[in-house]
Design a protein around this ligand. Structure first.
Ligand code: NAD
Length: 478
């Protein structure tokens, strides 16, 4: 199996392929649900037939445990395909809309046409899921696509490249593997839609490039997703859910709880409960977490150093190490780490952690906790743990986040009926299921007027008294 990403393709090769996809985009405008479904079914068959290879590549990329590959890389994609296959017919069906009184005599419908050529730029942290998931939406919507997977997960990226070559003509779907230079070249092309998943910093670069061609964008970004625990929460229940949501994928999850907010009075009990779960999940035989086959590794040295520096910075500034803190650079192993005594000067509370460090911030009043959340850019997700519906509602109403989950975390990613995504700094546009289909579709409103005399004829110049009365009544009544 190849472990290196390909060398940069010639610019002319990219341009030629893009021109071919432009032709496909025109043909695919008329594609039927059956044709689109056939592509999705082929993709599903390939994935199911190559489950072992997908697992192997993710192990080679960052020792991702088999069960986590099945649950968080394969299942979300096959489920996305199944959901699209079940609903594509109704999603594509033109939607009739009611006729407002001033439009009497007309008829209107919304048609869902494919936007056209699409570019998918993907991250490394769920390299199969977050590359192929958006492709499912693009294919459902009828868009030929160029994909650039992440250079940081080369085994999975090369597997994806091979899969696409087997399943599609390059004028339909093509993969280019490479680094920033390649992404920059691709971003110069006038795509009809760009679907980017990655950091807010690079999201800005993508949006600037898209602006050159007025290309629409879906930006799935990151940020600091808080887990707010209130004094009515079941701490044992919350601890188990947070420990799994945080440390699955070694904390390298865009929607992982980034930090915990807990009443001062409940902190000690919460820490104790979390330690029990860490032991149970990752060290049931007391051999040390580094021996667990169920705990992934950091993706590369650069991120390892970044996370190590965050820990050192917090400890130097007075944080208390409640659990973990051990690491082994040669194996890119970083122990699940819990910190308390967090102050606003520490990096762990300023930037997205994107790794296995979980800072606990204590609060005295709910308002204080809400103010802290609102002092930061809007998060991708907000998690509330508590049994008080009024508090839960208050938190929802007084904060803004891409998504929110009550009494659990991370789970909303797998809910096909929910729009997934951020807001402002954590993202623009939504994905998954119908929302993914809409991201790659132009919702074209089509109005049909009758031939000859109609209501609007009365509004033409010269604007006599009758026309003016009619316009005045439009303002008054409609
Ligand atoms: P990244 O932004 O560094 O890279 C993402 C993609 O952009 C890669 O394919 C990369 O090659 C490309 N890229 C990098 N620099 C570029 C540039 N200057 N110009 C053009 N393209 C460039 O992100 P990452 O490190 O792969 O992933 C981590 C980030 O992604 C975190 O912030 C995380 O929260 C976020 N994320 C968000 C979601 C979501 O669904 N909202 C999911 C996963 C990760």
């Amino acid at each position: 199996m190849q472990s290196q990403v390909n060398t940069l393709p010639e610019l002319t090769e990219i341009q030629e392929l893009f021109s071919n996809q432009l032709q496909t985009a025109i043909q695919w405008r008329q594609s039927t649900a059956e044709e689109r479904s056939a592509r999705l079914k082929n993709l599903r068959t390939w994935i199911k037939d190559h489950q072992l290879e997908i697992r192997k590549c993710l192990w080679l990329d960052f020792k991702k445990p088999e069960a986590e590959v099945d649950l968080s890389e394969i299942f979300p994609v096959t489920s996305e395909i199944n959901h699209a296959l079940k609903n594509l017919g109704s999603w594509m069906k033109p939607k009739s809309v009611s006729t407002p009184l001033p439009m009497l005599g007309t008829n209107a419908k919304i048609y869902f046409e494919p936007k056209g050529t699409a570019l998918i730029l993907a991250p490394w942290n769920f390299p199969f899921n977050l590359t192929i998931g958006p492709l499912v939406s693009a294919l459902a919507a009828g868009c030929p696509t160029i994909i650039k997977p992440s250079e940081m997960s080369p085994h999975t990226s090369n597997l994806i490249s091979g899969m696409i070559k087997e399943l599609f003509d390059p004028k339909e779907v093509a993969v280019f593997t490479g680094e920033v230079e390649l992404a920059t070249s691709l971003l110069k092309l006038p795509f009809d839609h760009i679907f980017f998943t990655g950091s807010p910093q690079v999201g800005k670069v993508v949006m600037k490039a898209a602006a050159e061609h007025l290309t629409s964008v879906t930006l799935e970004l990151g940020g600091k997703s808080p887990a707010l625990i209130d004094d009515t929460a079941d701490l044992n229940d919350a601890a188990g859910k947070i420990i799994w949501g945080k440390f699955v994928n070694c904390g390298q999850t865009c929607i992982a709880p980034d930090y915990i907010l807990v009443p001062e009075t409940h902190k000690e009990r919460l820490v104790m409960e979390m330690k029990v779960f860490l032991q149970k999940f990752y060290d049931p035989f007391y051999k040390g977490i580094s021996h667990s086959g169920d705990y992934a590794r950091i993706i590369n040295k650069r991120h390892f150093t970044r996370i190590k520096n965050l820990l050192t910075d917090a400890i130097e500034k007075g944080a208390t190490l409640e659990f973990g803190g051990n690491f082994e650079e040669s194996d890119l192993f970083f122990e699940p780490t819990i910190l308390s005594g967090i102050t606003s000067e520490m990096g762990v509370i300023q930037e997205e952690i994107f790794g296995p460090i979980l800072p606990i911030v204590t609060y005295k009043s709910l308002e204080e906790a809400i103010d802290l959340i609102n002092s930061k850019p809007k998060p991708l997700a907000l998690y509330y743990f508590g049994k008080n519906p009024a508090t839960s509602k208050k938190v929802q109403k007084e904060t803004s986040s891409g998504n929110a989950v009550i009494n659990d975390c991370v789970l909303h990613f797998l809910h096909n009926e929910l729009p997934f995504g951020g807001v402002n700094n954590s993202g623009i546009g939504k994905s998954h299921g119908h929302y993914g289909f809409l991201a790659f579709s132009n919702e074209k409103g089509v109005l049909k007027q009758r031939v000859g005399y109609n209501n609007v004829t009365l509004l033409r110049p010269p604007y006599g008294i009758k026309a003016k009365q009619l316009i005045a009544s439009l303002i008054k009544w409609f």
